[in-house]
Design a protein around this ligand. Structure first.
Ligand SMILES: Nc1nc2c(c(=O)[nH]1)N[C@H]1C(S)=C(S)[C@@H](COP(=O)(O)OP(=O)(O)OC[C@H]3O[C@@H](n4cnc5c(=O)[nH]c(N)nc54)[C@H](O)[C@@H]3O)O[C@H]1N2
Ligand SMILES: Nc1nc2c(c(=O)[nH]1)N[C@H]1C(S)=C(S)[C@@H](COP(=O)(O)OP(=O)(O)OC[C@H]3O[C@@H](n4cnc5c(=O)[nH]c(N)nc54)[C@H](O)[C@@H]3O)O[C@H]1N2
Ligand code: SF4
Ligand SMILES: [Mo]
Length: 713
C-alpha cells in the first residue's frame, strides 16, 4: 500500500488530496489532505473520483486512427506517420492559417499543455487560434488588461478578510470558485459571517450560494452592467466615492462620474428587475462596510455586456477604496514569475477573416470557428487541432460546428476520450491520467486568495507519453523536421528560452527536463526564495501568506496609472445605454447551471458522479402554468440556433421569465466511446446558444440570456 499527496487538477480550488493505492496500483481511497497548507482536508465529489478517472476503461491508452470511418488503436509511430503525411501538405499548399487550434479548459490545469502548447501554436503560426476562454473569462482579461495594463493581473476577492462580499453571476458553493482559487468556499463564506460580515448574491437563480447568502437579488439575465453602473451612480450622487490610497494612482475618475449619470437606480430598475431602493441600499452597504469586495463570474462574463460588467466590478472596487487592500479585491503574487514581456495590453492586432472580429489575447472568438471552416477563400480553415477541448458540447451553435468539422481535410485531437468532438478527428492522441503526470498550478496561483505553491510529482508511471513530448513531436512535424525530430533538443531550446526571459542560466536547473525544468526556472526567477527542490521537500505545499498590496508595481498601463475609463471600454457604453429603454418582459431567456458532480462536459463517464438525470429545463411555476408545462413532462425548446427536447423541472429556484439548462450534456452522439455517460446522455444545451450573439469587445459568447421559446413537446 502506498499513499501519495497530489493537488487535484480538476478545478480551480486546487485541493490537496491523499491518494491510497494497493500493491496492484489500484486506487483504494481518495481523501482530502488535512495537512495541505491551503485546502486543509477539503475535497468535493469530483476530487474523490480521481481513482475512477484513472481506472476508467473508456479512457484512452493508445492513439486512435480513423480508417474508412472507423477508429482503430495504432502505435505512436503509426499515428505520427499519418500526421506527417497529411498535415504538412495543408500548411504548404494553403498557408499557416489553414490550420486552426482549439485549446480547451483542462489544458489550464495541466503543466505539460500550458507550458508546451504555446510552443506548438507558435510553430504553427496560425491566426486561427481559439480557446475555451471565449466561452468563459475573456471579458475579465480584457477589462483587467485595459485598466491595469496586464490582462493576467486579475484581482481576486480577499475572502478570508472581507466583511462584505457582493457576488454577481457565480455559484462558488457548487463550482468551487473561479477566478478566485479558494478551496472550501463554504468554510470561507462562513468565516465572513462569523466576522459579522455580509454576503449578497445577484443571480437569476436561487443557487446554493444565493440560498446561503444574507441577501439574494434575482436579476434579469444580461443586465448586470446596468445594475453595476447604477451602484456607481449612487456612490457619486451620495458623495461616497472614496478611493483612499489609490487616489494618486487613478486616471479617468471624472469620466466615470459622467458616464454613470444616465444610469440612475430608477432608470435601470425595470430592466434589471431590482427595485431602485434596493439598488441604492446595496451601494450604500458597499460604501459603509469596513472593507468590501465585488466579485463577478460566468454569469457576468458570458453575456452581451461581459466586458462592461467585468470593468464595472473593478471600478466599484476602486471607488470604494477596496482595490488592493486587505478584505477587498487583491492581486495575488504567484511563486512562478510569468516570463512574458510586460507591455501595455493591446487588442485587434489581427482580425478574423469572415466576420472581422478582433483578436484578444492572441485568440479569436470560438463562436466564429464554423464560419472559418465553411467559408471558402484564402485563409480558409482546412485542418483543426483540438487540445483538451470539447467544443461540440461547449461552444455556441454546436450543431453547426459539428457539421463543419466533418468538412475538414484533417483533424487531430489531443484528448483522453473518444467523445462528441474527438469522434470527428482523424487521429486522437491521448495523454496520461492525472496520477501519471507531475502537476503544478501555474495559472491558479495567480488567482489564489492566499499566496501558496505546491508541486505534485507523478504518482504512477505513465502508460502513454507525457503530453509535452507529444506537443514537441507535433512541433517537429509542423516545422518540417518530421516525426523523428529530436524531442530532447527541442526541449533544451524551450528551456533555454525560458531561462533567457527569466534572466537565468539554464544550467541552474541541473539535469531536469520537461515542465519540471521550466517550473524550476520560473520559481528561481520568482518573488519568493524557492526552488523546485524546496517544493519537492514540502508535499503539503508552501504557504507564502495572505495577499499583500501590489499597486503600483502590478500596473503596466502606458500611463502607469489605473485607467478607470479606458477608451475602448467607454466606447461600448452607448450600446448599454440603449438597454435602459428596452421593455422589461421581452420573452423567455435561457441560462445555464452547474452541478457539483459534474465538470463541464467530460466527467459524466465516471460512475460515482453519474447518478440520476440532472439535465432538465428548470421553469418557474408561473411560466409553467402559462405555457402548459408540467413537472416531469417533456418540453421543446427552440432558439434562433437550434431546437431540442428536454424534461421539465418546475421550480421557483429560477426567476419568472428565465429557464435553465446545464451545458456539457448530450452524450448520445454516434461513434463516441463514453459508455457510462451514454446511459444518461442528457441534451446539448449549446445547440441553442446563438453563435451570432457576442460580447462585442472581447468576442465572448452569450451563453446566458439566450432568447428561447418553450412549449410542451
Ligand atoms: N452553455 C454553456 N456553455 C459553456 C459554459 C456555460 O456555462 N454554459 N461554460 C463554458 C466554460 S466556463 C468552459 S471552461 C468551457 C469548457 O469547454 P471545453 O474546454 O471545450 O470543454 P470541456 O468539457 O472542459 O472538455 C475538455 C476536454 O478535454 C479532455 N481532457 C480532459 N483531461 C485531459 C487531459 O489531461 N489531456 C487532454 N489532452 N485532454 C483532456 C476531455 O476528455 C474533454 O474532451 O465550456 C463553456 N461552455
Ligand atoms: N461542479 C462544477 N464545478 C465547476 C465546473 C463545472 O462544470 N461543474 N466548471 C468549472 C469552470 S470551467 C468554471 S469557468 C467555473 C464557473 O464558476 P461559476 O461562475 O461560479 O459557475 P456557475 O455555476 O456557472 O455560476 C454562474 C451563475 O451565474 C448565473 N447567471 C446566469 N446569467 C446571469 C446573469 O446574466 N447575471 C447574473 N448576475 N448571473 C447570471 C447562473 O444562474 C449561475 O448561478 O466553474 C468551475 N467549476
Ligand atoms: S473542489 Fe475542485 S480541486 Fe477540490 S477536490 Fe473538488 S474538483 Fe478537486
Ligand atoms: Mo470555465
Amino acid at each position: 500500500m502506498t499513499t501519495a499527496h497530489v493537488t487535484c487538477p480538476l478545478c480551480e480550488a486546487i485541493c490537496g488530496l491523499e491518494v491510497t493505492l494497493d500493491e496492484n496500483q489500484q486506487v483504494t481511497r481518495v481523501r482530502g489532505d488535512e495537512q495541505d497548507v491551503f485546502s486543509k482536508g477539503y475535497l468535493c465529489p469530483k476530487g474523490a473520483s480521481l481513482g475512477a478517472l484513472h481506472h476508467d476503461p473508456d479512457r484512452l491508452r493508445a492513439p486512435l486512427l480513423k480508417r474508412d470511418g472507423e477508429f482503430a488503436e495504432v502505435t505512436w509511430q503509426e499515428a505520427y506517420d499519418e500526421i506527417a503525411r497529411r498535415l504538412p501538405p495543408i500548411l504548404d499548399q494553403h498557408g499557416r492559417d489553414a490550420v486552426a487550434v482549439y485549446a480547451g479548459n483542462p489544458g489550464v490545469h495541466n503543466i505539460a499543455l500550458s507550458l508546451y502548447g504555446g510552443v506548438l501554436y507558435k510553430a504553427l503560426g496560425t491566426k486561427n487560434f481559439f480557446s475555451a476562454s471565449s466561452v468563459d473569462q475573456l471579458p475579465k482579461h480584457y477589462s483587467a488588461g485595459m485598466m491595469f495594463g496586464d490582462p493576467l493581473a486579475i484581482p481576486v476577492p480577499d475572502l478570508d478578510r472581507t466583511r462584505h462580499l457582493l457576488i454577481l453571476g457565480a455559484n462558488p458553493l457548487v463550482s468551487n470558485g473561479s477566478l478566485m482559487t479558494a478551496p472550501d468556499v463554504r468554510g470561507r463564506l462562513r468565516g465572513i459571517r462569523e466576522r459579522g460580515g455580509r454576503i449578497v448574491v445577484v443571480d437569476p437563480r436561487r443557487t446554493r450560494t444565493a440560498a446561503f447568502a444574507d441577501e439574494h437579488h434575482a436579476i434579469r439575465p444580461g443586465t448586470d452592467a446596468l445594475l453595476l453602473f447604477a451602484l456607481v451612480n449612487v456612490l457619486f450622487a451620495e458623495n461616497r466615492v472614496a478611493p483612499g490610497r489609490l487616489a494618486g494612482h487613478l486616471s479617468g475618475l471624472g469620466d466615470v462620474r459622467e458616464l454613470a449619470r444616465p444610469f440612475t437606480p430608477e432608470a435601470v430598475a425595470a430592466r434589471t428587475g431590482i427595485a431602485a431602493a434596493e439598488i441604492r441600499r446595496m451601494a450604500l452597504d458597499l460604501a459603509d462596510a469596513d472593507n468590501a469586495v465585488v466579485y463577478g463570474r460566468i454569469g457576468t462574463t458570458t453575456q452581451p455586456f461581459g466586458t462592461l460588467a467585468s470593468w464595472l466590478v473593478d471600478v466599484l472596487n476602486v471607488l470604494t477604496g477596496n482595490l488592493d487592500r486587505p478584505g477587498g479585491a487583491m492581486f495575488p503574487l504567484a511563486a512562478c514569475r510569468p516570463t512574458g514581456n510586460r507591455r501595455p495590453f493591446r487588442v485587434g492586432r489581427h482580425h478574423s477573416r469572415v466576420r472581422g472580429y478582433p483578436e484578444v489575447l492572441g485568440e479569436l472568438p470560438v463562436a466564429t470557428l464554423a464560419d472559418e471552416i465553411e467559408t471558402p477563400g484564402e485563409g480558409q480553415v482546412r485542418a483543426l487541432i483540438t487540445v483538451s477541448g470539447n467544443p461540440c458540447l461547449s461552444t455556441p451553435n454546436a450543431g453547426r460546428l459539428a457539421a463543419a468539422l466533418e468538412r475538414l481535410d484533417f483533424m487531430i485531437s489531443l484528448d483522453v476520450y473518444l467523445n462528441e468532438t474527438s469522434r470527428h478527428a482523424d487521429v486522437i492522441l491521448p495523454g496520461p491520467s492525472p496520477l501519471e503526470r507531475p502537476h503544478f498550478d501555474l495559472a491558479f496561483y495567480q488567482l489564489s486568495v492566499r499566496n501558496v505553491a505546491n508541486w505534485t510529482p507523478a504518482t504512477l508511471p505513465s502508460e502513454v507519453p507525457q503530453e509535452w513530448e507529444t506537443l514537441l513531436r507535433l512541433t517537429g512535424i509542423v516545422t518540417g523536421q518530421g516525426p523523428e525530430a529530436d524531442v530532447a533538443a527541442l526541449d533544451d531550446f524551450v528551456a533555454a528560452e525560458t531561462a533567457r526571459r527569466s534572466g537565468l542560466d539554464v544550467a541552474v536547473a541541473g539535469d531536469r527536463t520537461g515542465p519540471a525544468r521550466l517550473v524550476d526556472l520560473m520559481l528561481r526567477a520568482g518573488p519568493y526564495d524557492v526552488t523546485l527542490a524546496d517544493l519537492e521537500a514540502a508535499p503539503h505545499g508552501m504557504d507564502f501568506g495572505p495577499l499583500r498590496p501590489r499597486i503600483p508595481g502590478v500596473l503596466c498601463t502606458a500611463s502607469g496609472r489605473i485607467e478607470l475609463a479606458p477608451e475602448t471600454v467607454v466606447a461600448d457604453v452607448p450600446r448599454l445605454a440603449e438597454e435602459i429603454s428596452k421593455i422589461s418582459d421581452d420573452g423567455l431567456v435561457l441560462i445555464g447551471r452547474r452541478h457539483l458532480r459534474s465538470n463541464n462536459s467530460w466527467m459524466h463517464n465516471l460512475a460515482p458522479l453519474a447518478r440520476g438525470n440532472r439535465c432538465t429545463v428548470q421553469v418557474h411555476p408561473a411560466d409553467a402554468a402559462r405555457l402548459g408545462l408540467t413537472d416531469g413532462g417533456l418540453a421543446s425548446v427552440t432558439s434562433r440556433a437550434g431546437k431540442l427536447q428536454v424534461p421539465v423541472e418546475v421550480t421557483d429556484e429560477v426567476r419568472p421569465g428565465v429557464v435553465s439548462i446545464p451545458h456539457g450534456w448530450g452524450h448520445d452522439a454516434d461513434g463516441s466511446r463514453t459508455r457510462v455517460a451514454r446511459a444518461n446522455p442528457g441534451v446539448n444545451a449549446n445547440l441553442l446558444a446563438d453563435e451570432t450573439l457576442l460580447d462585442v469587445l472581447s468576442g465572448t459568447s452569450v451563453l446566458n440570456g439566450i432568447p428561447v421559446e418553450v412549449v410542451p413537446a
